[in-house]
Design a protein around this ligand. Structure first.
Ligand SMILES: *Cc1c(COP(=O)(O)O)cnc(C)c1O
Length: 434
């Protein structure tokens, strides 16, 4: 790959201009537009392993992994084989296929505390359906969500949602009705007393608490000691369900996701990203007693024309199978991320740049602020101009980072220590420039 080159983006710029004419903002998901960091987005031609290649012939070490899914690296041969073989058999029937049971069996065997799972097409759908199920199951209407946590773009969640929603300063999107908003109660991440107060003043009304068990949409914020245990207790005391949104953490932090890593049982868990191996897949699962409330067994309606799509399932199944057969992959990703974090820390110490590096497993983030980042308020203290200079400095030297301080880095298995050393070298140069 090219090193140290000052990249040019002629073709990307042209493509972006064309895209803006026919697609709002030129993108199909807002954060891709680089609005918060400035500049114009790069168009990708192809990707392989740890590298992205853009339409101008520039290459990048990829730290976003399609925002999480590409945990094995891009175009993994086993995933591509599974996809091409499956595609030849036809891509959608709207009639059951065996592969849906195969991936469900595998997912339920990898995740503790999961008897049944229902597949959908995105993380948004998974979270939206999980909340409906929790409401149907408990007969209650209100939910508690945490400021800075993102659970997809459905109405109930677009209230102080992290990352994309936050980057654009529209935490409360127009179009979300007052009626919907009043049933979503906002709590502070890592603040158990705050959650207890909300339960207290809404006695008997809370259907569920939904949370990212390790937050990744306000940068990476791990739960403080005792927080998840406390949430579990509060939910039990008040007859509310605990929903873990594992769309980011599922099959990434451990084979069994955050439930396994933190040793906490959720009542419902939602999935997305890794579970689809790069195709559009989401899922939610729980104990049978809860899942049996779903149609067609029970009265809570949920459906999807392309849900459990065999092509999507084949990428997911190939990815989960590899993760399941190589449990050491998770500790290897953890060591690589720890290595990167430690070296970045060394480069930053004594440079007069305030920073916070948060990390858990293969998720990490860098905030340019003094205060420890433990919740949405502290995550928002970061210095934006410094972040933007940092982002663009890395980008033009071939390191693709998330274009917002509210997003987590995701390492992938194809990344080598040489890639990380190269990244650290680039980081050193960029820090000098800031
Ligand atoms: C990405 C994400 C979602 C939404 O998933 P989509 O597939 O983008 O709809 C939900 N929750 C969390 C924690 C996420 O990171």
């Amino acid at each position: 790959m090219k090193t140290n080159a000052m990249y040019t983006y002629t073709r990307s710029s042209k493509l972006f201009t064309a895209a803006k004419k026919v697609i709002p903002g030129g993108v199909n998901s807002p954060v891709r537009a680089f609005k918060s960091v400035g500049g114009s987005p790069i168009f990708i031609e192809k990707a392989e392993g740890a590298y992205l290649y853009d339409v101008d012939g520039n290459s990048y070490i990829d730290f976003i992994a399609s925002w999480g899914p590409m945990i094995l690296g891009h175009a993994h041969p086993e995933v591509i084989n599974a996809l091409t073989e499956r595609a030849r058999l036809g891509t959608s029937f709207g009639i059951p296929t065996e592969i849906e049971t195969q991936i469900a069996e595998l997912a339920c065997s990898m995740v503790p505390n999961l008897d049944q799972i229902r597949f959908v097409n995105s993380g948004t759908e998974a979270c939206m359906s999980a909340v409906r199920l929790a409401r149907g199951y408990t007969g209650k209407e209100k939910i508690i969500k945490f400021s800075g946590c993102y659970h997809g773009h459905s109405d109930s969640f677009l209230i102080e949602a992290g990352s994309g929603a936050m980057t654009f300063g529209t935490p409360n999107s127009p179009g979300v009705t007052q009626g919907t908003a009043k049933d979503t109660l906002l709590a502070r991440y890592n603040d158990l007393n705050n959650v207890a107060e909300i339960f207290h003043s809404n006695k008997g009304e809370i259907a569920a608490v939904i949370i990212e068990p390790v937050a990744g949409n306000m940068g990476c914020i791990p739960p403080v000691k005792g927080f998840m245990e406390g949430l579990r207790k509060l939910c039990d005391t008040h007859g509310a369900l605990l929903i873990f949104d594992e769309v980011m953490t599922g099959f990434r932090l451990a084979p069994g996701g955050a439930q396994e890593l933190l040793g906490i049982n959720a009542d419902i868990a939602t999935y997305g990203k890794v579970i689809g191996g790069g195709l559009p897949v989401g899922a939610f699962g729980a104990r049978k007693e809860i899942m049996s409330h779903l149609a067609p067994e029970g009265p809570v309606y949920q459906a999807g024309t392309l849900s459990g799509n065999p092509l999507a399932m084949s990428a997911g199944l190939a990815t989960l199978s590899i993760l399941n057969s190589r449990p050491e992959l998770f500790s290897s990703l953890d060591s690589k991320t720890t290595y990167l974090k430690n070296h970045m820390e060394q480069e930053l110490i004594g440079k007069g740049i305030p920073f916070q590096l948060n990390q858990l497993g293969s998720m990490m983030s860098l905030h340019f602020c003094d205060q420890e980042v433990v919740d949405f308020q502290t995550a928002s203290l970061g210095n934006n101009p410094v972040f933007n200079a940092y982002f663009h400095g890395m980008l033009k030297r071939g390191v693709y980072l998330p274009p917002s301080a509210f997003e987590s880095y995701f390492l992938n298995d194809a990344m080598t220590f040489e890639d990380l050393d190269r990244t650290i070298e680039v980081f050193r140069e960029v820090i000098k420039e800031i």
